[in-house]
Ligand binder design. Sequence first.
Ligand SMILES: *[C@@H]1O[C@H](CO)[C@@H](O)[C@H](O)[C@H]1NC(C)=O
Length: 218
Amino acid sequence: MSTIRILLVLPLFQYTLGTQKLKYPELRRDESLVDDYYGKKVSDTYRYLEDPDSEETVNFVLEQNKLTEDYLSRNLIVKESIEKRLTEVHNYAKYGVPKKHGSRYFSTMNTGLQNQDVYYVQDTLDAKPEVFFDPNKFSEDGFVHLSDITFSNDGELVALGLNSKGSDWMTIRIRNVSTGQDYSETLEDIKFSNIAWTVDNTGFFYAVSSYLCNIECI
Ligand SMILES: *[C@@H]1O[C@H](CO)[C@@H](O)[C@H](O)[C@H]1NC(C)=O
């Protein structure tokens, strides 16, 4: 009896999914922008969307999100099955290769479903790894992402590049590796910059975005 019921319900469900019409947000085409590549004209009708802060772009993104969320909330079983499968395939412990900085070894480990890998430190390869930096616990909302970790040559100091909420803007903190204490100063206004320590471990170079090509040194 129950088998028959299931057989009847499934085709109906699939039918419902297949016939739902999605109404995509309407997008303005800007026909005025035409690039000229060595005589070949190529129009770039949606370039105005490259400005992520314009009202038009913001509204377009909001409308697209609404469309997706409406669809997923009406088809919870789809969302749940995707979520379940993604969770399954991501849920295994992941280990990074240890790297030596100064006298210590550093490696990353993720127990499976942690948003970000945790950095561990050990004095010898046989020693028990201790947590050195856990980006998941760095902020209360867990939205701070560790995008750069660069050790001084002697491994006694480390510069930690942190981004908040998916932003490209980076803040650099400096940590004393022995004590685990951070310096009180933080460096701000950094975007797409590397961190390069001087060989004598007294400071590092980084680029501040607001002054193009102006390299500062602590
Ligand atoms: C780290 O802190 C310890 C204890 O305050 C200090 O002796 C050491 O010089 C510091 N290391 C660096 C590289 O500043």
